[in-house]
Write a protein that binds this ligand. Structure first.
Ligand SMILES: *[C@@H]1O[C@H](CO)[C@@H](O)[C@H](O)[C@H]1NC(C)=O
Ligand SMILES: *[C@@H]1O[C@H](CO)[C@@H](O)[C@H](O)[C@H]1NC(C)=O
Ligand SMILES: *[C@@H]1O[C@H](CO)[C@@H](O)[C@H](O)[C@H]1NC(C)=O
Length: 492
């Protein structure tokens, strides 16, 4: 049945051709998968002994923060329906499932004074079911849902949170590490800091765009490094896994060949990805950030830089805390130099300067920030190789939002084809890309956009009592790709 359906869809939508797609096979050990996160998929926000997270508080204290009124209280209800989800993952045929552990299910107030066994059991059951179905579990320890109690201690502005995070990570390694070989510490730390601590649009909704965001990045790097080092020192020998951090960045390309635009694009890539990757791979903030933020801070009347100075001890502690490079890649932008704009209110956006925009010809998704520029995949992967030369790279997210959740999601398939073809080209270029995890399995809660942005391969009917899951065409397409491991009719 499925094969016939794939064949018919193939004819209808011309999937099987695609003249300009790579005709290489994906490498034998290449891992395909799907990604989700706890707050976006689980629901059960106060069940099974779970504590309150800063996202629970953020939506509950002001319902207008969600565009359509939906929040994470129920969402896809995977807290109760996880077995159905594992069955879907198995039927699609993925090698890897990336999900996140809700800190507040394991440690309700974020501290080790109480370990919630019911929460531990939830993830143990999920992880074992994945293993039983030959799906590798890839847990992210932190995907934005800080325990509310720790948020009240200052959240990611307080360096002590790194110690709490280390303690939480240790418990996860103890509880789940026997079954887990690949970990991620923090998902998209830049998004948390820029949007959560730099705008009202994400929890905790602070607007500290000139200074808090840099302190937040510093504390998240310390927390990541602590979780990495705890694994390295206490667990690696017995568990033999690998640990990294999932960074995100839209590839930034010079608008013209002029040296000013070339430098502008470099500044954009350094502020966007180097902000985190440079300390982890090279041991300090990228030089353009040190200089630009330092100079602007003095002009603004500060006696010191708004970018925290990393001590030698910090540099040594953070440097080298990576076993593989995990990157979320969705889109790209052109970058154009703009002349000095003078002193203004302290701000990340003024610190980096630059005019950043999409090409009008790139297909637009339902989200303002996301146009389809498939070459971004190849170009960013190559830039990562040049800048950091990681042994292995895994694409931990890539996805396409629409506002309807349509089952006839040809746009999503075209997007995936283009990006995956460019991923194969990057492998040809010599980048050791070992996996691709699509975002997302289901139409999960898209943070403050609620369900107005749908990114799942599988549709969820949020009006139905059973939160009915229905495969979109892209799910059938992905299922077929995972069998053929080839984007065209005949691969070499
Ligand atoms: C509630 O959230 C909306 C949307 O973010 C915002 O415009 C409004 O000011 C908030 N209201 C309060 C009282 O914080
Ligand atoms: C920062 O200021 C120093 C000293 O004035 C100057 O040499 C340097 O070019 C400036 N750097 C940037 C990026 O503005
Ligand atoms: C919802 O699920 C229950 C339990 O599996 C089932 O009995 C019921 O028929 C379902 N309802 C709908 C509308 O699908």
């Amino acid at each position: 049945m499925l094969t016939l359906r794939v064949f018919l869809l193939c004819l209808t939508f011309n999937w099987c051709h695609g003249a300009d797609l790579s005709n290489k096979f994906f490498p034998k050990n290449f891992q395909f998968g799907l990604s989700t996160s706890a707050y976006q998929i689980e629901g059960g926000w106060n069940e099974g002994g779970k504590g309150e997270s800063m996202w629970d508080r953020y939506f509950h204290e002001n319902t207008s923060r969600s565009l359509d009124g939906y929040n994470g209280d129920v969402t896809c209800d995977s807290y109760h329906r996880w077995e159905e989800d594992v069955q879907i993952l198995k039927d699609i045929g993925v090698d890897v499932y990336r999900f996140s552990i809700a800190w507040t299910r394991i440690l309700p107030d974020g501290t080790t004074k109480h370990i919630n066994q019911e929460g531990v059991n939830y993830y143990l059951n999920l992880i074992k079911a994945l293993r039983d179905n030959n799906i590798e579990p890839l847990p992210t320890l932190y995907h934005w849902d800080l325990p509310q109690h720790l948020s009240e201690l200052g959240g990611w502005l307080n360096p002590q949170i790194a110690t709490y995070f280390g303690d939480y990570a240790r418990i996860c390694y103890q509880m789940f590490g026997e079954h887990v070989k690949r970990w991620l510490t923090i998902n998209e730390p830049k998004s948390t800091c820029l949007i959560g601590y730099g705008s009202i649009n994400n929890a905790p909704g602070l607007e500290l765009i000139g200074d808090g965001i840099y302190q937040c990045a510093y504390v998240q790097l310390l927390a990541h490094a602590k979780a990495y080092r705890i694994y390295d020192e206490e667990f690696r020998n017995s568990q033999g896994g690998v640990v990294s951090i999932a960074l995100d960045h839209p590839w930034s390309e010079p608008y013209s060949d002029s040296p000013l635009d070339v430098e502008a694009a470099n500044i954009e890539n350094q502020f966007g990805l180097g902000w985190y990757a440079h300390p982890i791979y090279h041991g300090n903030w990228p030089q353009p950030m040190i200089e630009r933020i330092g100079n602007r801070s003095l002009l603004e009347g500060y006696t010191f830089s708004r970018l925290p100075v990393l001590s030698n001890e910090d540099v040594e502690y953070i440097k080298g805390t990576h076993d593989y490079f995990a990157i979320n890649i969705y889109t790209g932008y052109y970058t154009q130099h703009i002349d000095d704009y003078g002193v203004g209110e302290p701000s990340y956006w003024l610190d980096k300067g630059n005019n950043v925009f999409s090409d009008p010809s790139w297909p637009k998704s339902s989200s303002d920030w996301l146009t389809s520029y498939p070459e971004a995949m190849r170009k960013l992967l190559n830039w990562i190789k040049v800048e950091y030369n990681p042994a292995e790279v895994m694409v931990t997210e890539n996805g396409w939002p629409d506002s309807t959740g349509t089952l006839e999601d040809q746009e999503r398939i075209t997007y995936m084809q283009g990006y995956l073809s460019n991923l194969l080209d990057a492998i040809d270029d010599g980048v050791n890309v070992i996996g691709y995890l699509h975002w997302s399995l289901l139409d999960v809660l898209e943070w403050n956009a609620g369900h107005t942005q749908r990114l799942g391969l599988v549709h969820v009917d949020f009006e139905s009592a059973n939160l009915t899951r229905t495969w979109k065409n892209s799910a059938y397409w992905y299922q077929n790709l995972l069998t053929t491991r080839c984007l065209v009719d005949n691969c070499q």
